[in-house]
Design a protein around this ligand. Structure first.
Ligand code: DGL
Length: 276
């Protein structure tokens, strides 16, 4: 009985904002019976242009908020937070912590045939060489080419998924990568799957796009199963959403990222986070 209760505890997911809903969408599709608590730090987004120490501090606060919700595992949906905060989170927390970098990197290695992988992400993710170091540690024979595409974040939030401005910015960002004969491109940011049509058309159809969120959902399932923590209930999971600010256009952007409407979101005070 105790174990059944333990397994029914929710999975906690945090992100710097709304972008992590692309990961929640994949989690729901892979693990439909799991309860999920999502926290988006919309008051302090973006993380992609902040220093590592600030991102680590915010990540610890976000994780503690989720721990108070009695989560059984934490998924760091944000690539920027995953690239710097995983060691600190693992040290402080006594539950599994799963970031998006490792599963995304492994999935890219599986996909490449010519051992030439491109990675795009926020400035922080690219400067930290988050993906390239993990890929190199798994297979030193792979060549990695990385480019920061910071403007993709506001374009995705604006819903400009097929806008000519998005095409021309993608042309600019991806023109060098296109010359490098990569056959796989990691979408190393929560927002980029929203722009995958544009990115695919600019980089070329012969390049496989890797959505880290898809790979992460599979990794979460594997980890929970290994620890015998998968929810044994056959009911559809319950999902709750918390944010530190409710931005204008929240509803539209959340729907775009999740694929369906979120009926209820709770706003929490930043002071609650800051006390941790
Ligand atoms: N969630 C961030 C990421 O995946 C993108 C937005 C931000 O810069 O905070 O890196």
């Amino acid at each position: 009985m105790l174990n059944v209760i333990n397994k029914a505890r929710p999975i906690g997911v945090f992100d710097s904002g709304i972008g992590g809903l692309t990961v929640v969408r994949q989690l729901i599709s892979e693990l439909p019976n799991e309860n999920i608590v999502y926290f988006g730090d919309t008051a302090r987004v973006p993380y992609g242009s902040k220093s590592n120490s600030t991102v680590i501090e915010y990540s610890l606060q976000n994780a503690k908020f989720l721990i108070d919700k009695n989560v059984k595992a934490i998924v760091v949906a944000c690539n920027t937070a995953s690239s710097v905060a995983i060691p600190a989170l693992k040290e402080k927390l006594h539950i599994p912590v799963i970031g998006v970098i490792f599963p995304g990197a492994a999935s890219a290695i599986d996909a490449t045939k010519n051992n030439r992988i491109g990675v795009i992400g926020t400035r922080a993710t690219i400067t930290n060489k988050a993906y390239s170091e993990v890929i190199k540690s798994m297979n030193s024979g792979i060549e990695i080419f990385e480019t920061a595409c910071p403007l993709f974040v506001p374009l995705a939030e604006e819903g400009w998924t097929n806008h000519k401005a998005t095409y021309s910015i993608a042309e600019e960002y991806l023109k060098d990568l296109r010359e490098l004969n990569i056959d796989t491109l990691v979408l190393g940011c929560t927002h980029y799957p929203i722009l995958s049509e544009v990115i695919q058309s600019v980089i070329g159809n012969n390049v496989t796009l890797i959505d880290s969120g898809v790979a992460t959902a599979v990794a979460v399932k594997e980890e929970l199963s290994k620890l015998d923590l998968l929810n044994s209930s056959s009911n559809k999971g319950e999902h709750s959403f918390y944010v530190s600010d409710v931005p204008t256009k929240f509803k539209e952007v959340a729907e775009l990222f999740m694929g369906y409407e979120i009926n209820h979101v709770s706003k929490i005070d930043l002071e609650i986070l800051q006390k941790y």
